[in-house]
Design a protein around this ligand. Structure first.
Ligand code: UDP
Length: 362
């Protein structure tokens, strides 16, 4: 008999297993995939650490979490500074003086603020009710039309008017020349890839890959379950299906040492079918002779593909609340991670929430 059966070897599951094992609990970790690491998993291709399930850039302002994760990896000094391509124009992200200078051929913060202010005033939005109104009332029409609308609607497969405004508030807006995508105090990529972090976290713990929870849920093998899969699936979709966005990656090895000159290039126009191209080597300042790139195509989740992003609009959040109520009646199950809690977690928040779950176990 195990103390915990942990379903999913991603960040939440691996940290929970690591911490509870250190406290003397007996844990079994299962994962339906053939490997550990969840969506953080990296795999070496042409000596380059490829982020197989999308780019993961670690960033946090939480010193405790930064110190915690640094126990398991050495982080480099990578700073995320994506480029946005809109038709034949190229901009820096996030929205900052480099972006505004290019967009309007201006140089000073006052000029940028005056243009944005005049664009916002024309719109007459008092309280933003959705992502479109939120974006327009932050940066005005030009930035919204060129850098937000097309990208967001491709990524989410929904009109910006139907999306929650918090999504766009993830992005900084600055009136200084600073292309750092994040406002966080700490940032970097683990040298040698993410998978090693998981190997260290799960060292000495029993892990069964290629194992589906549904195939073993018939027998009671643990006192408690930690479930990091989709919460609606756990309850056999009894209230209906929650919606998720999925991503399809087209990964290619290219016989050049530098394909796009940056790790992340976003394609913000609606007529380009992918949202972004990741050139993995640049996360670790790679000097290999070849390169590996991944084009990201966003898609609605359907059975058989991987869920990546919960869609936290009103309809889905209400449905999640019903599942969450049911979850609370199951004192033998802890739900964790992006899928178990139906929350657009960044890595640091997923770690924090796993550590909180450990604390709650006493
Ligand atoms: N976004 C945008 N244009 C861009 C990049 C991002 O409008 O070039 C918006 C889009 O709505 C996206 C959100 O910002 O969903 C959050 O982007 P982030 O880069 O945080 O997404 P993630 O890396 O988690 O996919």
């Amino acid at each position: 008999m195990y103390d915990y059966l942990i379903v999913g070897a991603g960040l939440f599951g691996a940290i929970f297993a690591h911490e509870m094992t250190a406290k003397g609990s007996k844990c079994l970790v299962i994962d339906k995939r053939s490997h550990i690491g969840g969506n953080c998993y990296t795999e070496k291709i042409e000596e380059i650490n490829v982020h197989k399930y999308g780019a993961h850039i670690f960033h946090t302002s939480d010193k405790e979490i930064w110190d915690y994760i640094n126990q398991f990896a050495v982080f480099n000094n990578y700073v995320n500074s994506p480029i946005a391509v809109y038709k034949d124009e190229l901009y820096n992200l996030p929205f900052n003086m480099n972006t505004f200078s290019k967009m309007w051929n201006i140089t000073t913060p006052d000029e940028a603020k005056t243009i944005i202010k005049s664009q916002i005033e024309k719109l007459d939005i008092s309280e933003p009710k959705n992502l479109e109104e939120q974006a327009l009332s932050l940066v005005g029409k030009d930035v919204y039309d060129k850098l937000i609308k097309g990208y967001t609607e491709k990524q989410w497969g929904r009109s910006c008017r139907e999306l929650p405004s918090f999504i766009i508030r993830r992005l900084p807006l600055r009136f200084i020349y600073d292309n750092n995508y994040f406002n966080d105090r700490f940032q970097g990529i683990p040298i040698g890839g993410y998978t090693r972090i998981f190997e260290k976290l799960l060292n000495g713990i029993e892990v069964k890959p290629n194992t589906n929870y549904k195939d073993i849920s018939g027998e009671k093998i643990a006192k408690k379950i930690v479930y990091t899969g989709c919460i609606d699936e756990f309850f056999d979709y009894c209230f209906g299906e929650l919606e998720y966005r999925s991503v399809r990656f087209e990964t290619e090895i290219i016989n050049t040492d530098n394909f796009q000159g940056n790790a992340v290039v976003n394609y913000t126009a609606s007529d380009i079918p992918y949202t972004r191209i990741i050139e993995h080597k640049h996360f670790e300042f790679g000097t290999q002779s070849k390169t590996v790139i991944s084009r990201e195509y966003s898609a609605e989740w359907s059975p058989g593909c991987e869920p990546y992003y919960p869609i936290n609009d009103e309809k889905n959040n209400m449905l999640f609340q019903r599942y969450n109520k049911l979850a609370q009646s199951r004192s033998d199950v802890i739900f964790g991670g992006r899928l178990g809690q139906y929350k657009y977690y960044d890595m640091d928040k997923a770690i924090r929430s796993a550590l909180n779950a450990v604390k709650a176990e006493g």
